[in-house]
Each structure stands twice: as C-alpha cells, then as structure tokens.
Design a protein around this ligand. Structure first.
Ligand SMILES: [Zn+2]
Ligand SMILES: [Zn+2]
Length: 244
C-alpha cells in the first residue's frame, strides 16, 4: 500500500510577497523544495526537526527560491546539531553560488568545520537519482531566458509528486506531471498576463493536457484566493499542511 505525501508549505507567495511569504515546501519532513528566506523560521514555527532534512532541491537562482540557504547553514553551525549527510541539489554552480551569498552575509561560516557531510549536486536536464527513499527526476523548464530553471518529479512510498519550480507552459512541465498523484504548480497571478510564469489560463490548459488525475496544489501565488472553477485544484497557503 502506498503512503501519503505529507506536504508542509512554508510559504506560498510569489516574489512580490503580496500578503504571502515566499514559496517553499517540505515533503515528508525530509525533503525541502526551494529554500525561501522564510523557510527556516516557518519550519521552527511548525516544530519541524530541521536536523532530519536529507536534501534541498533548488529550482533556480532567483532570490525568493534560495536566499534561505545561508540561514539554514548558520542554524546547523550554531543552533541545531546534525549528523546526517545533507545534499543540496540545484542549477549548475550551486556550491559556488551558495558560497557567494553566504560569504556576503556570514563571512566566516563556510570556513568552519561541519558536524555533517555536505554534498552538492549540479542539475542538468534529465538527471535522475536517489536520496534516501526518494527517487527524483529533474527537467529543464522555460522561465527566464538565459537562466537555468528546473522542475522535478519525485517518487516516494509508492506516490509521485511533480513540482514546476517557476515556469511558463512548456512540454517538459507537462511530461513531469503526467500520471503524478500531486502536482505542486506555480500560478503567479490571477490575470491573463503573468510574465515568465503560469496563470489561470495555463492551469486550465495543464488540466486539459494532464487529465483529471493529478491533484494540483497552486503555489507562488499573488494575494487573494479566487475560485478558478477547475476540478481537483487546491491552493497552498503559508503554513498549510496537506496529506495526499
Ligand atoms: Zn519565484
Ligand atoms: Zn523565478
């Protein structure tokens, strides 16, 4: 029998934080998808044991998606002892990029000895692998020209979850979510012109192409909670918990 997917949304907003905190979610208490600046305080508020996080998936190098990482590293240095290895997976150059932002804010942190092993993994289109019980597949999605952006499809406990990262409507996005149980998908605005992002019309088109099966959880949202009239769609919220 398959286990349910346990999702905790640490934030559910787009970069403009229009009444919501920046998007980030935790799967089964162990896998963090994007590390927004609010990720650590909201994990603590939800009494998550942050020492249990095994992997952090960074979809792309926009600040709302990865500027929370230095705070996590500081936490592991000063407040929470961890011994398990931590894998940080992100666009090519993730280790160097994290070094740059961490050195800017906490200059001596990365030179310190760690109580755990830290592994870095550069993504590329089609990369697959396993971390603990989780199997992942990454695909390049289309967001901003010249910026590496990835979506993910992960399997754990007999269930499949897809995550769009930030994306426009593109074939790899559809392929990632085909046949998935849950699709965490960005929906940046409620109107028709959402820039390099998805909006309600795209969500309707994704539902048409994917069929009724994946439960959509919309995230990376603007303020408000309009009813889009699309079947099997949930809206993420800050600190919302889903077991699906
Ligand atoms: Zn974003
Ligand atoms: Zn972005």
């Amino acid at each position: 029998m398959s286990q349910s997917l346990d999702l905790l949304f640490l934030g559910s907003g787009n970069a403009f934080a229009a009444g919501r905190y920046w998007g980030s979610f935790l799967l089964n208490g162990r896998y963090l998808f994007d590390a927004s600046p609010i990720a650590l305080p909201h994990m603590k508020r939800s009494e998550v044991d942050v020492a249990e996080i095994e992997a952090i998936f960074i979809s792309h190098f926009h600040a709302d998606h990865f500027f929370g990482l230095p705070f996590l590293l500081l936490e592991y240095d000063e407040a929470t002892q961890r011994s398990k290895a931590l894998t940080i997976i992100g666009p090519p150059g993730i280790e160097e990029r994290l070094r740059t932002i961490t050195d800017a804010g906490y200059p001596h942190l990365l030179a310190k000895e760690k109580s755990y092993e830290e592994r870095y993994l550069d993504l590329r289109d089609g990369l697959e692998g396993d971390i603990g019980e989780l199997h992942y597949l990454a695909r390049s999605v289309e967001h901003v020209e010249g910026l590496d952006c990835f979506g993910f499809r992960v399997e754990i406990g007999g269930r499949t979850l897809a995550y769009s990262g930030d994306s426009t409507l593109c074939d790899p996005l559809v392929e990632l979510a085909e046949g998935a149980d849950v699709f965490v998908v960005e929906c940046t605005c409620w109107g028709d012109a959402c820039g390099p992002h998805l909006g309600p019309q795209d969500i309707r088109e994704l539902r048409r192409r994917l069929g009724p099966t994946p439960t959509f959880i919309l995230t990376h949202l603007d303020a408000g909670q309009p009813d889009l009239g699309i079947e099997n769609v949930l809206l993420a919220d800050d600190l919302a918990h889903f077991s699906l």
